[in-house]
Design a protein around this ligand. Structure first.
Ligand SMILES: Cc1cc2nc3c(=O)[nH]c(=O)nc-3n(C[C@H](O)[C@H](O)[C@H](O)COP(=O)(O)OP(=O)(O)OC[C@H]3O[C@@H](n4cnc5c(N)ncnc54)[C@H](O)[C@@H]3O)c2cc1C
Length: 427
């Protein structure tokens, strides 16, 4: 029986201690079987338990093994596509619902952290940094747009103000979102898992769902057991493989990499990011970074289409970090790792039902820390029979990647290369 550990990372090295969880070896019955213990699965499980459902979570490896335990830790609200683009695609009514929900995920995370006393280094404040005047104009128009949907907390930063929050000379300005922020992502997932168990939910680790028997009374099979449930929630995201073949054609796993410096010490850390906000730039292939609780810099950027693991992550990411912060040239990198997120062609989440009782949410295409928490809430609402907000996501159109399974990776890489050139040369 495979025992898959966490990949080596700063997060695994600094994870809060948790008791070992069992492997499913029985035939169990529950109301909802959740497949995957990342944020989507755990958030769904928590909302369902809070509403009186019995919940069993199956995790192929360990809680937070996927993107939820490896990400940059940035609480970035909204979606991976601008709301005006969404509005043009789906019309004002659906866009209104989606727009209203766009900053809810960050609130859910804070409520969870407070209610269940989760120790995950939560800090408020996220900055979108503009590298060009064109990007700054775009941020200004985004701020106006978000105000139309009732989100009035955003603050524009001019060149002087952004220099006060980040010691990087590349930026012409930015936008501060105090409802954004950052967390230790694996400790958030572990805290949410403990909350699930505190409410009577069961989590089985090293227990992959290998087959779903569909029908009026669906059954999820693992190598040594099975779960009979009224509903199934599929939350395996980029690690799901081909368990649900209908979902694979319209999404593509992509790798992205993160490095972590040695501890910088209070003085250097404060010089880089005096207010301890997280930062992401406005490029299509964006760089993002933040300080950890013990004052290291976590820096991420770049995408590997098709989720191949690059051989030398430090060689790819360190030059990006030094471009932003040449002052770190003598700083050692202690950790480097890769993780997979799930990309859709529209960069919007892929949400829906298969038959009456199998629900799924996946593919938030990069920005997922907040959306996945919201997804748990709207999935739980849908299972309780209030599906208006769920349907606002489920009705988003999705298309297969051009080129099919064979050619989608080079085609997507070509598209990203084009957008990378646009970022670089500003056309
Ligand atoms: C390196 C990296 C950096 C990122 N940085 C950020 C960031 O800073 N901010 C942000 O907003 N977003 C970021 N993201 C995206 C964000 O982390 C994801 O969108 C989000 O965590 C997805 O959560 P999830 O629960 O849907 O999927 P995952 O966290 O990937 O969880 C899926 C889980 O399902 C399990 N699973 C899969 N198949 C099965 C099966 N058959 N049976 C049982 N279990 C199964 C997997 O083992 C896994 O644990 C980043 C992603 C990566 C990879």
């Amino acid at each position: 029986m495979a025992n898959t550990p966490y990949p080596e990372s700063y997060y695994a090295a600094s994870a809060n201690a948790v008791p070992p969880r069992p492997v499913l070896q029985d035939d169990v019955e529950t109301d909802v079987c959740v497949i995957g213990a990342g944020y989507t699965g755990l958030s769904s499980a928590l909302f369902l338990l809070e509403n009186g459902f019995r919940v069993t979570v199956l995790e192929a490896a360990k809680v937070g093994f996927g993107a939820s335990g490896r990400n940059g830790g940035q609480i970035v609200n909204s979606y991976s596509r601008d709301i005006d683009v969404i509005e043009r695609s789906v019309g004002p009514k659906q866009a209104q619902l989606l727009g209203q929900m766009a900053f809810e995920g960050g609130r859910i995370i804070r409520e969870r952290v407070a209610k269940y006393n989760i120790q995950c280094d939560l800090k408020d404040g996220g900055v979108f940094a503009a590298l060009t005047a064109k990007q700054m104009v775009h941020l200004e128009s985004q701020k106006r747009l978000w105000e139309r949907f009732g989100h009035t907390q955003l603050e524009l930063l001019d060149q002087r103000r952004i220099r006060e929050v980040v010691a990087c000379d590349q930026y012409v300005g930015g936008m501060l979102d105090m409802s954004g922020g950052h967390i230790h992502p694996l400790n958030l997932a572990l805290g949410e898992a403990a909350a699930v168990e505190s409410l009577g939910g069961s989590i089985y680790e090293q227990s992959p769902a290998v087959r779903i028997e569909r029908g009026a009374n669906p059954v999820v099979h693992t190598p040594q057991g099975k779960v009979r449930a009224k509903f199934i929630i599929v939350a395996g995201n980029a690690y799901l493989g081909n368990l649900v073949p209908e979902l694979a054609a319209k999404s593509m796993p992509c790798g992205t990499q993160v490095i972590t410096t040695e501890p910088l010490g209070d003085e250097l850390a404060k010089a880089l990011l005096p207010q301890d906000y997280c930062v992401e730039d406005c490029n299509y292939l964006l760089d993002y970074y933040r300080l950890t609780g013990d004052k290291r810099l976590i820096f991420g950027g770049g995408v590997v289409y098709g989720a191949r693991d690059p051989a030398n992550i430090e060689a790819i990411i360190r030059p990006k970090m030094l471009k932003a912060f040449p002052q770190l040239k003598d700083v050692k990198i202690d950790y480097a790792w890769t993780g997979n997120f799930l990309l859709t062609l529209s960069r919007l989440p892929q949400v829906g039902r298969l038959g009456d009782n199998i629900y799924y949410s996946q593919g938030c295409s990069g920005h997922g820390v907040t959306y996945t928490h919201l997804a748990g809430k709207v999935l739980a609402e849908a299972l309780r029979g209030q599906a208006e907000r769920f349907d606002a996501f489920a009705d988003l159109p999705h298309y297969p990647f051009p080129g099919g399974q064979m050619l989608r990776t080079p085609f997507a890489a070509l598209g990203a290369w084009y957008y990378g050139l646009r970022d670089k040369y500003g056309f």
